[in-house]
Write a protein that binds this ligand. Structure first.
Ligand code: SKM
Length: 276
C-alpha cells in the first residue's frame, strides 16, 4: 500500500521517518511519501484521492479543517474535534479520522502509567485553544478529566469550552497562575517554548506535588517548561510521544498491522531532531 503526509510546508515532518521505520521493521512493501500541497490546491488534491492509488495518509497544518470539510465520512471523534489528521480511502470514498486525541492520551498512559486521571486529581489546565488543544481537550474529557482552557485571546478559549460545557471551562489568561494550585495536569499547546519563540513565563511553584506537566512542543524536546517541572520534581511529559502515538492508527488502517512505539523508534527520531 501507499500512504502520505500532506501539509504546507512539509519538510519538517518526521512522519515519513516514523512510518518508514515501521515498514522496514515489518518487512512490508509499502511507501509513505511527503507531499507539499498549497492551500489553493488542497481541494483538487483531495478529490483526486479515490483514483490515486493511495490507501490514505496523514494531514497536517494547514489542511486539517479543510480535510474535515471535504471528507465523505467522519469518525465520531473527528466530528467532535472539527479537524481531520488521518484519511482512509475505501471503495472510492475518503473517511476522515482524528488520531491526535488518542495519540496524546496513549502517550500519557505510557509516561504516567494508567490511573493518571485519578492520581493527578482529575483537573487539567490546557494552555492554548487551537486545533491541537481541541483534540487534547476531547481526549482528556473522554478520560473523565475536568478541563480548564486558557488562551491569550479569550474568545477562542470560550469557543472551545462550548464543546462540552459540563466538563470544560474557559479561564482568563491572567487567571492561570492562581489556578495552578488546583491543577493536576498542566498541558502547553501554545508555541511558547518552541525554538525561536519566547518561553512560557510561568512559575510552577503553586502546582501540587502530584501534578504532571505536558508540552506538545517537541523542538526542543526539553522545553523550558518541562525543565522547570523536572527541577520541581514533577512528572514531565514531552511532545514527541504524541507525534509517535498519533501515527499508530493510520499505519494500522493502511498497512494492516498495529505497530509499536518502541524506545528504538523514539531514539531514531530524537537523533534526527538533534541533527537537523
Ligand atoms: O496530526 C499529526 C499529523 O498526522 C502528522 C504530523 C507531522 O507529520 O508533522 C503532525 C501532526 O499534525
Amino acid at each position: 500500500a501507499r500512504a502520505f503526509v500532506v501539509g504546507h510546508p512539509i519538510r519538517h515532518s518526521r512522519s515519513p521517518l516514523i512510518h518508514g521505520h515501521w515498514l522496514a521493521e515489518h518487512g512490508l512493501a509499502g511507501t509513505y511519501e511527503r507531499l507539499d500541497v498549497a492551500p489553493d490546491d488542497f481541494a483538487a488534491f483531495f478529490r483526486a484521492l479515490p483514483a490515486s492509488g493511495f490507501a490514505g495518509g496523514n494531514v497536517t497544518i494547514p489542511h486539517k479543517e479543510a480535510a474535515f470539510r471535504l471528507a465523505d465520512s467522519l469518525t465520531e471523534r473527528a466530528k467532535k474535534i472539527g479537524a481531520v489528521n488521518t484519511l482512509i480511502v475505501e471503495g472510492g470514498r475518503v473517511r476522515g479520522d482524528n488520531t491526535d486525541a488518542p495519540g496524546f492520551i496513549a502517550h500519557l498512559d505510557r509516561s504516567l502509567g494508567e490511573g493518571w486521571p485519578e492520581r493527578t486529581g482529575g483537573t487539567a489546565l490546557v494552555l492554548g485553544a487551537g486545533g491541537a488543544a481541541r483534540a487534547i481537550v476531547v481526549g482528556l474529557v473522554e478520560r473523565g478529566m475536568r478541563v480548564r482552557v486558557a488562551n491569550r485571546s479569550p474568545e477562542r478559549a470560550r469557543a472551545l469550552a462550548e464543546l462540552d460545557p459540563g466538563h470544560v471551562e474557559a479561564l482568563a489568561w491572567e487567571a492561570v497562575p492562581a489556578a495552578l494550585s488546583e491543577t493536576g495536569l498542566l498541558v502547553n499547546t501554545t508555541s511558547l517554548g518552541m525554538a525561536g519563540h519566547p518561553p512560557l513565563a510561568l512559575d510552577l511553584a503553586p502546582l501540587p506535588e502530584r501534578a504532571a506537566v505536558a508540552d506538545i512542543v517537541y523542538v526542543p524536546l526539553e522545553t523550558p517548561l518541562l525543565a522547570a517541572a523536572r527541577a520541581r520534581g514533577l512528572a514531565a511529559v514531552d511532545g514527541l510521544g504524541m507525534l509517535l502515538h498519533q501515527a499508530v492508527p493510520g499505519f494500522f488502517a493502511w498497512f494492516g498491522l498495529r505497530p509499536e512505539v518502541t524506545p528504538e523508534l523514539r531514539e531514531k527520531i530524537v537523533a534526527d531532531l538533534v541533527a537537523r
